[in-house]
Design a protein around this ligand. Structure first.
Ligand code: NCD
Ligand code: ZN
Length: 438
């Protein structure tokens, strides 16, 4: 099967240039100024952009255990609608992905249902060090420093050092941390125990909570010379911290919800925007945008964490934390490009190339000869409103619903096959994503 893209504005992390791109089966075979070849399918992309498929390095697709919130059929469709062709799934499932057996079971379940490529994080704590030694093929280890959704084990502050010392001395894995200080969260929860306004979430888990944990993690990564990735960084204080460590051993991510929502959004959305770490002030948000422009932030990942409406409608203390985001990340970023908040090649760097580099994913993240044909065609002029009714995520809502965005993915290809066109998922026999090679 050969597919030829003519006159595509190919986006790399450095810029844009008009090229023809030839795909043979699953691989990008040739990129040149002009290609004439006998092919099965030809697309004239004049005026459109061709990007590498997005790698969303932080999702919760909920299998096994929480399939009523999401599964790999719905989650992968949502991904494709949003131009995402690879996702890395987190271990806070039921059972937790903290044993070899749980990892293998999860892999088998995913393989049956997924349309997107995937990588898996393995949960690490002081009780499963022997299991970590048995696993292969994971993208990294995940350490929770603060309690969050799911019964994932997080270490007490005092034990984080023991854990990271062990992980860094026994393994080469990148350690991705959820950095929020549990002792402080507990203390602040006491202070606000009689209040029910969702806004207290940002006070209980304030910027000092994130900073304290991030500082500990960074300090330990330096001490033991390990690879650390700070998930969902959300505050000015954390940015100031990581600015001191420009080396490649410490990387960080931000989420679309921290880039496009603030504490002001509790007023309309209440617990629907309850998320860990919580929404921040406008000031913090401005610093995140500065961080993107100044290259202090390595990647954007969604932390796609769907919960049912019914769960979100509960009282503050009973509503789970987490927001869906996988199908809106790219349109939000493209809209931001249209508003001159960043450039298209920066988007490619942040959501395609750098995620592949950081996690050592082979053959993805760039449009390059010999690389996998995971591709997205983008129409920068298409205007569409985000609407609940058009979403594929099982939870059926988005904190961005109602927004009119300009710039949308109009076609998604996974390993050379067209799987999304104009928002519709195209299914065919034997269509499956594959686990990434790292
Ligand atoms: C996540 C979830 O729901 O699984 N929730 C969240 O608020 N981000 C868990 C997590 O990543 O902390
Ligand atoms: Zn998460």
């Amino acid at each position: 099967m050969k597919t030829l893209f003519k006159n595509a504005q190919v986006v790399t992390k450095k810029g844009v240039c008009v090229k023809d791109v030839l795909v043979h089966d699953r691989t990008i075979e040739k990129i040149a100024d002009s290609i004439d070849a006998r092919v099965n399918k030809e697309y004239d992309l004049t005026g459109k952009y061709l990007m590498p498929g997005l790698i969303d390095a932080h999702v919760h697709f909920r299998v096994p255990g929480y399939e009523k919130k999401e599964d790999w059929k719905t989650g992968s469709r949502a991904a494709l609608a949003g131009g995402v062709t690879t996702v890395f799934d987190m271990p806070n499932t039921k059972p937790r992905t903290t044993t070899l057996n749980a990892l293998e079971t999860k892999r088998d379940l995913i393989r049956k249902d997924t349309l997107v490529n995937f990588g898996l994080f393995f949960g690490a704590n002081l009780n499963n060090l022997d299991e970590i030694k048995k696993v292969h093929g994971i993208v990294g280890l995940k350490v929770y420093m603060g309690a969050t959704t799911g019964q994932i084990i997080q270490e007490e502050d005092a034990q984080v050092e023991a854990l990271l010392e062990k992980l860094y001395s026994d393994h080469q894995y990148i350690v991705a941390v959820h950095a929020e200080n549990q002792t402080m969260i507990k203390r602040h929860s006491e202070t606000y125990r009689d209040e029910h306004n969702p806004e207290i979430h940002s006070l209980i888990r304030n910027d000092a909570v994130a900073y304290a944990a991030a500082r500990t993690a960074v300090h330990l990564a330096k001490k033991y010379d390990g690879r650390l990735h700070l998930c969902h960084m959300s505050t000015k204080k954390e940015l100031e911290l990581i600015a001191k460590y420009p080396d490649k051993n410490i990387t960080c991510e931000v989420t679309p919800h921290h880039l496009f929502l603030t504490v002001a959004d509790y007023a309309n959305q209440e617990n629907f925007v309850k998320v860990n770490p919580p929404l921040r002030s406008h000031k913090d948000q401005e610093r995140l945008w500065d961080g993107l422009k100044g290259k202090a932030i390595d990647i954007i990942a969604t932390d796609h964490a769907p919960h049912l409406r019914l769960e979100k409608e509960r009282d503050y203390w009973d509503a789970p934390s987490g927001v869906p985001g996988i199908e809106t990340m790219l349109p939000l970023l493209l809209n931001a490009v249209n508003e001159d908040m960043l450039q298209l090649h920066d988007v490619v760097d942040l959501v395609c190339t750098r995620p592949a580099e950081i996690y050592g994913v082979k053959g993805k993240g760039e449009i390059k000869e010999g690389y996998d044909a995971d591709l997205v065609v983008v129409d920068m002029d298409l205007e569409r409103r985000v609407e609940d009714s058009a979403l594929y995520t099982k939870c059926g809502w988005s904190p961005f619903s109602g927004r009119l965005l300009r710039g949308w993915p109009i076609m998604t290809f996974v390993r050379g096959r067209l799987v999304m066109e104009n928002g519709k998922i195209i299914e065919s026999e034997g269509l499956h994503g594959k686990e990434v090679e790292v």
